[in-house]
Ligand binder design. Structure first.
Ligand code: ATP
Length: 697
């Protein structure tokens, strides 16, 4: 039976077709696949450059362009358009096989030849060629063929290259784009070309070329799946993975491994595919992340990816705290969870009783960031402990006083059978030590950059040390809490098992580069303690520049927000595709109220509550982490709100902590901005945040 696949590079055009035409495309594809003789559906085209292109009738007016190899049953749908436009598109197109990657490529031959001719006449002596630092040998090694080399050598600026996007063979375009963006040939090789085929390449064998690139061709299973692909283009990740994503998700690792990459590069997608892959092989998998909001979103995506209940039943999607709590509940009996306000009250009592010159926030953090993080259980160990980034310096006497306060706090927890999330984790490890077998075969962690060391230790103990035990998706540029750890310190050695993704699939290049500028110059460390950067992280989609707006007052800012959101809704964006983020809960709630007052249905996203269908989502910047929206408004980005003064240690108390806190606030704004797929609106009242000046410089 013939099969008609869809090439990913052309899917976007199919998605833009009107719904009734999409429906007819679906019917055509399935009629084609059910026929015993595919040729009967295909029509020969005259006066075209490459006769392997055929046409298929969609209806009276529309035609599809199909690539039909000389032999075999695998066909590929490339384009659907009105009769004349479809013909115009295919007239000068040529298909070839790249002699380095072995992949099939399609180009508009006429436009490339004409451009080369045109450039011959316009070239000045003084303009420096764009690629004069790249040798022919490197170009050849990266798969640039003769025609493209001629073209590349004539370019003097990247805009000339971008003008031909969609007309050039896609991977060669990406190679040139990467080199023009300053990537070295090695980086381009690793990131774009992604490997070399060791088979002999036959330039005429399109079937073999197509088989080498399964990630580029979707063979959809049935009409429903295809219609869904059209309706939810952002679910494309289910069928197409970049070769690096593919490699990271399906490889077998000899121990813990990680996938890193800037925002929107598909780390969560890799984590989801890996969870399914390991569960399909029979493993018990924990897919875990930071917040319950994120576990709900992961569970939803997982159900899109896998429909087999038996496979799904082998994957638990839980936060680390939920897993730890289950273990402690089951094996240690009931306890009372200490609420945040109750904990503060205990610290306050201790401070009063002991007449201490510390705030309850300081003691709380000292307990979490030093004592629990380093598993300190004695006064001597605390006196010797490293307190990097803890703000206020403590002399020996003060340390002794703090330790007494902490010991009293821990005693009070024990006496009253109280637990905090962190102490539950500590006890969960004791439970795990005594179990005969570990509960999971594989643990997959998403948004791992923010986990506290006590949670990392639980994760380490949930699975025995074995191949494919831990898989960690993270981006430390998006670290928004105070947990700077090195994995080595919690017994997790990556030993180079690491993949870095660079193509952003979520955000436009305009939004991405604006957001990245906010972190320029910041020294960010990865989970192994090495310096990491966002260099090379890029998007291939372009759109509007982020909009910035300063209002005189908070109420004027909210009025403007309502207008912006209304504008997006009027343009056809669905309410749940709009996110509003603020630094404080209060402002995010005010935004939801302001929208509701004008008749726009908006809901506040909290720990326990997602927004409902048909509602604009408003929430804190923290809670935006890991989510995405078509349009995002980040509000309250004023000098008095971002950075948030209470979250920043004064410079005079501790310069390191001060710098760390400022960096974290910057990362927070970066996270909020990079949630936007198409439109980003940033506003403030009063003076703008100093971070914005830096970002727009
Ligand atoms: N191979 C792909 N093809 C098409 N879309 C993709 C692909 N990989 C990821 N995406 C889409 O890109 C967006 C971002 O993916 P994902 O959330 O996995 O990125 P991330 O790296 O985890 O992001 P962040 O760190 O910012 O939370 C999603 O809409 C996802 O569906």
């Amino acid at each position: 039976m013939p099969r008609l696949g869809i090439h990913q590079d052309f899917l976007q055009d199919l998605i833009r077709l009107e719904r009734p035409i999409q429906q007819k495309v679906v019917e055509t594809i399935f009629k084609f696949e059910q026929s015993s003789h595919a040729g009967a559906h295909l029509e020969k085209l005259s006066n075209i450059r490459d006769e392997r292109f055929k046409s298929i009738r969609i209806d009276l007016k529309y035609r599809g362009i199909v690539l039909a190899p000389e032999s075999g049953d695998e066909f590929m749908l490339l384009r659907v358009d009105s009769h004349d436009k479809a013909y115009e598109w295919v007239k000068h197109r040529r298909v070839s096989v790249n002699m380095v990657t072995g992949y099939m490529e399609i180009r508009d031959d006429a436009i490339i030849t004409d451009t080369i001719e045109g450039l011959k006449h316009t070239q000045g002596e003084t303009t420096r060629p764009l690629f004069d630092h790249i040798s022919d040998a490197d170009m050849d090694r990266l798969g640039i063929d003769d025609q493209m080399l001629k073209f590349a050598r004539m370019l003097t600026d990247v805009a000339m290259l971008e003008a031909l996007d969609g007309k050039l063979p896609q991977i060669q375009y990406d190679v040139l784009f990467g080199l023009a963006a300053g990537m070295s040939p090695e980086e381009v090789w690793n990131d774009v070309v992604g490997g070399i085929t060791h088979e002999a390449i036959d330039p005429e064998d399109l079937v073999a070329a197509t088989q080498r690139m399964p990630h580029k061709v979707a063979l959809v299973e049935g009409p429903e799946e295809l219609m869904e692909l059209f309706a939810k283009p952002f679910a494309r990740w289910r069928v197409y993975l970049h070769p690096l994503q593919q490699e990271a998700a399906f490889r077998s690792y000899s121990g813990p491994a990680q996938v890193t990459g800037g925002p929107g590069t598909g780390k969560t997608v890799v984590a989801l595919h890996r969870a399914r892959h390991l569960a399909r092989q029979g493993g018990r998998v924990l897919l875990t992340t930071f917040t319950t909001t994120l576990t709900r979103s992961l569970a939803e995506s997982l159900r899109l990816l896998e429909t087999d209940d038996e496979v799904l039943s082998r994957i638990d999607v839980l936060t680390v705290d939920q897993v730890a709590r289950r273990l402690v509940d089951r094996h240690m009996g009931k306890f009372a969870l200490l609420r945040g306000d109750e904990e503060k009250e205990i610290w306050r009592r201790i401070i009063r009783r002991r007449s201490l010159d510390f705030t309850e926030k300081f003691l709380q953090e000292e307990w979490r960031q030093v004592v629990l993080a380093q598993e300190i259980t004695s006064s001597d160990a605390y006196l010797d402990a490293r307190r990097i980034g803890r703000g206020r310096r403590l002399g020996p006497l003060q340390r002794a006083k703090v330790w007494r306060a902490i010991a009293e706090f821990e005693q009070e927890l024990a006496d009253n059978n109280y637990r905090t999330f962190e102490t539950i984790c500590v006890e969960a490890r004791q439970v795990l030590c005594e179990l005969d077998a570990r509960p999971y075969d594989h643990v997959i962690v998403d948004e791992a950059q923010d986990l506290h060391p006590v949670r990392w230790r639980v994760l380490r103990d949930l699975v025995a040390e074995r191949p494919d035990d831990l898989f960690i998706a993270n981006d430390t540029h998006q670290r928004i809490y105070d947990n700077r750890i090195s994995l080595n310190s919690v017994g997790i050695q990556l030993a180079g098992r690491s993949t870095k993704l660079k193509i952003n699939y979520r955000t436009t290049e305009e939004i991405l580069s604006w957001s990245c500028a906010m972190l320029a110059g910041e020294k960010i460390l990865d989970l192994t303690g090495q310096h990491t950067t966002l260099t090379g992280c890029r998007s291939e989609v372009h759109g509007a520049e982020p909009e910035l707006y300063g209002a005189p007052t908070k109420s004027a800012e909210l009025t403007h927000l309502v207008e912006i959101v209304q504008g997006w809704l009027d343009a056809g964006v669905r309410p749940e595709e709009i996110g509003v983020a603020a630094r404080s809960e209060m402002l995010a709630q005010s935004a939801a109220e302001a929208l509701n007052r004008t008749g726009i249905d908006a809901g506040y996203l909290s720990r326990d509550k997602d927004g409902a269908e048909g509602q604009v989502r408003a929430t804190t910047m923290h809670r935006m982490k890991g989510l995405e929206f078509r349009c995002v408004a980040v509000i309250g980005v004023g000098a008095n709100q971002v950075p948030y003064a209470n979250a920043v240690t004064p410079l005079e108390d501790d310069a390191t902590a001060h710098a760390n806190d400022l960096q974290r606030e910057r990362c927070l704004l970066f996270v909020a901005g990079t949630r936007a797929r198409e439109r980003l609106h940033i506003s403030w009242h009063g003076a703008p945040s100093p971070f914005l000046n830096l970002a727009s410089r």
